[in-house]
Design a protein around this ligand. Structure first.
Ligand code: GLC
Length: 425
């Protein structure tokens, strides 16, 4: 076999991409908005380069704040105003029902690509038969643990939240006494935003307390198991987790973790490759496992996350935008994202890709975790999900901050959700 090098290889790749994405008519510049954590902004340039070369078009990333809640607020304003200067939106898995009317139906364009993705993920982006966005990666969090510290102190990764708290305290105190006053037991996302909804849903569900609003629309959050879950979490603040955790999002927890100052961290898979980076104090020193359970008979719960790409109905460059969406949701871009950013692919066959497995062992290891992940109640609550989630994270944040007990706050929350629901979601 002749080995192609340099220009020949590029020309062949370009020809193949043109066959897929069509010859450029007149080059356009597309604007793509996306929130960014980790290295996403730097990596985006390299990610879209093959598509830019193949089509002659260019893509400009418009970076947004890291918080999905802040992004949602901004996107809703732009879309409501019919803003035509943004062509593509990177969308959270929970947004499809709320933003569906503003996006182009991608069913026809993705008719060959969509069947290569996990059907449940395509389903999550389908609203009344309209494919609102194409999945670019899925998400399910891990419990990150310091292998070296657990070994040193004769401990194993915890199976229950109580065991986590105990191990975290023991190692934190011992490491502080041994000369690291900055050591903490457990870091997570306690800020009042969507990330707290994800964390708290995991505590509640893994204590047998349901999923806030059940798939049939029933409001279930006011129950004893949910109370026990929130009480446990409130007891961590100021003991194994810094008070500041109440303002942490993903990147703040990763900051503490990556400087070597936490025994455990709850975070999404993107933190895996960054934690193993050359600038990380914990490079090679950590493992990942599933989140703990409340007790005997409960199962671990990971909230289902994930990101998609949607084409704005108000874009004046829809043809090029759809081509870019297909590329970003396709196998080449997903593979690159998996290898460089440890993002979980949504294309089934990539879980058997040896290069991905070698670069990011968490990916094949995490397939079953995300397939069993717990969805937030965005499907049953339809256009009201954001309000429901905001009420939930506020009730949780109050409880964690000592404003009212878990029982009081959940009782109030039930009344608020009942009012939002009215005669139906
Ligand atoms: C991750 C998830 C996303 C979730 C967010 C919360 O980005 O993929 O679904 O809403 O975290 O902070």
């Amino acid at each position: 076999m002749r080995i192609m090098k340099g220009r020949a290889l590029r020309a062949t790749a370009t020809a193949a991409m043109l066959a897929v994405f069509g010859a450029p008519v007149a080059a356009v510049e597309l604007f793509y908005v996306s929130g960014a954590v980790g290295n996403a902004v730097e990596n985006f340039k390299a990610l879209v380069k093959p598509w830019e070369e193949a089509t002659g078009n260019t893509v400009t990333l418009v970076p947004m704040p890291a918080s999905t809640t802040d992004q949602f607020g901004q996107y809703r304003l732009w879309l409501a105003a019919g803003a035509s200067d943004i062509d593509l939106y990177q969308t959270d898995v929970i947004w499809a029902p709320q933003l569906a009317d503003h996006f182009v139906d991608l069913t026809e364009a993705a008719k060959d690509l969509a069947p290569t993705h996990f059907p449940s993920i395509i389903e999550s982006q389908t609203v009344n038969g309209k494919l609102v966005a194409l999945p670019i990666f899925t998400d399910a969090p891990a419990l990150y643990y310091r292998k070296d510290l657990l070994e040193k102190h004769g401990k194993t990764p915890p199976k229950t939240w109580a065991e986590l708290a105990e191990t975290a305290k023991l190692i934190q105190d011992a490491e502080r006494a041994a000369g690291n006053p900055d050591m903490w037991g457990f870091v997570w996302q306690g800020n009042a935003y969507e990330g707290l909804t994800c964390n708290a849903l995991e505590w509640v569900k893994s204590h047998g307390g349901g999923q806030i609003v059940e798939p049939d629309g029933t409001i279930s959050i006011n129950n004893e198991n949910a109370v026990a879950a929130l009480e446990a979490a409130a007891s961590w603040v100021g003991t194994i987790s810094p008070e500041g955790v109440l303002a942490y999002q993903e990147e703040e927890s990763r900051g503490v973790w990556q400087t070597g100052n936490a025994v455990f961290m709850r975070n999404w898979p993107y933190a895996y490759t960054l934690g193993n980076g050359d600038d990380s104090a914990v490079k090679g020193l950590f493992g990942v496992t599933t989140l703990p359970v409340g007790g005997e008979g409960n199962t671990s719960a990971a909230t289902l996350g994930g990101w998609n790409v949607a084409v704005s109905k108000y874009s004046t460059k829809q043809e090029a935008a759809i081509s870019l969406a297909l590329y970003l949701a396709g196998p080449e871009a997903q593979k690159q994202r998996a290898i460089n950013e440890s993002n979980l692919p949504t294309i089934i066959s990539l879980y058997d890709d040896p290069e991905i497995a070698a670069a990011q062992p968490i990916i094949p290891q995490w397939k079953d975790v995300f397939l069993n992940a717990v969805p937030r109640p965005s499907a049953p609550t339809l256009g009201k999900y954001n309000e429901v989630s905001a009420k939930f994270w506020s009730a949780v944040h109050s409880t964690l901050s000592g404003n009212g007990t878990a029982a009081e706050n959940l009782e109030l929350l039930e009344a608020e959700l009942t009012e939002i629901k009215g005669s139906g979601w």
